[in-house]
Design a protein around this ligand. Structure first.
Ligand SMILES: Nc1ncnc2c1ncn2[C@@H]1O[C@H](COP(=O)(O)OP(=O)(O)OP(=O)(O)O)[C@@H](O)[C@H]1O
Ligand SMILES: [Mg+2]
Length: 296
């Protein structure tokens, strides 16, 4: 199978008065059609920068190198007007904070209708409205025809995140990028949004790039997990394999912080972990599809 997305040797650098800062450092991974891959790692490890780079939404001061192959096109090399035609249509993003991702002074119906019209200009007003109402219905907003003209502040946080998911899916993208989509929500609502995301992904057959710092959340949604540290992948493996047999000390330290049924919290820390050595050499395949960095 051809991967849907191939990120190859992606590096992103920010320049400031203090000098250069490399947020993403020679990063490579791929996602198959319909697959769900999670990116996990501590704050500042480069997860959001990676997501924004894929959709070319980074700050213009960011300098990028490498390739982002979406099917046969390298998105790093598309002109902006070509990228506008791809963004939201091939790949769409669900952000962490729905209140800032939605326009506070525009009704949600109008915002969804605009998202449809960007990519489907020939549709009549009535058809767009119908699609928008169906989109709200699909994410379980009650009485969507009555809520169409309401503004974001008239919805709960969980409902706003549902609306953002509806908006991301309205043009049937083949890739959904969800950056910490449940972090801003309380725990019971988090579980509902995860269920919704999983259901919508199944229904639309889309691939999912799911970003979180929380391994227990990732375990519920990802088929494969890539662990990031300082802009690099330190370990990547099928989800069950990563939980059952984590290789890199950094992955183990993340797992040790999560109470799960899989992790053995009583396992003694390996010597390398105990003294804080983090292997930063090449990625080596230790089992089929399971890669980890080893000492140089
Ligand atoms: N616009 C920017 N200008 C300068 N530096 C930036 C910018 N955006 C991100 N960075 C830097 O890039 C690095 C990676 O940031 P990123 O937002 O990708 O982290 P993250 O893994 O998503 O963390 P979190 O879990 O906190 O969301 C950080 O050191 C951050 O300060
Ligand atoms: Mg982030």
């Amino acid at each position: 199978m051809q991967p849907l997305l191939r990120v190859e040797h992606l590096s992103i650098t920010f320049a400031s008065d203090a000098g250069q800062h490399t947020a993403v450092d020679d990063l490579s991974f791929s996602i198959d059609p319909g697959e769900s891959l999670a990116l996990v790692g501590e704050s500042g490890s480069g997860k959001s920068v990676t997501a924004l780079a894929i959709l070319r939404l980074l700050d213009p001061r960011a300098r990028g190198a490498g390739s982002i192959w979406f099917r046969e096109q390298d998105w790093m090399r598309l002109a902006e007007h070509e990228m506008v035609a791809r963004r939201g249509r091939d790949a769409a993003m669900v952000f962490q904070e729905p209140m800032t991702a939605l326009n506070p002074v525009m009704s949600i119906g109008k915002q969804i209708a605009e998202a449809i019209r960007v990519h489907q200009r020939d549709l009549s007003r009535a058809t767009v409205r119908k699609h928008a109402i169906e989109a709200l219905e699909s994410v379980s907003i009650p009485e969507p025809h009555l809520r169409f003209d309401d503004y974001p502040h008239q919805f709960s946080g969980g409902q706003r995140q549902r609306i953002l998911i509806a908006m991301a899916l309205v043009n049937r993208p083949s890739l959904i990028i969800a950056d910490e989509p449940t972090t801003a929500l309380d725990v019971t609502v988090q579980a509902q949004i995860l269920d919704l995301l999983r259901e919508m992904k199944e229904r639309s057959n889309a691939a999912l790039l799911f970003i979180s710092h929380d391994l227990s959340v990732v375990a519920q949604i990802a088929q494969r997990v890539a662990v990031m540290r300082k802009g690099k992948i330190v370990e990547i493996a099928p989800c069950a394999q990563l939980f059952a047999s984590p290789q890199h000390p950094y992955t183990r330290s993340l797992l040790a912080a999560v109470p799960t049924m899989h992790s053995n919290r009583n396992a003694p820390l390996a010597a390398a972990e105990a003294i804080g050595i983090m292997p930063e050499g090449p990625l080596v395949e230790v089992a089929p599809g399971h890669w980890t960095r080893v000492a140089e």
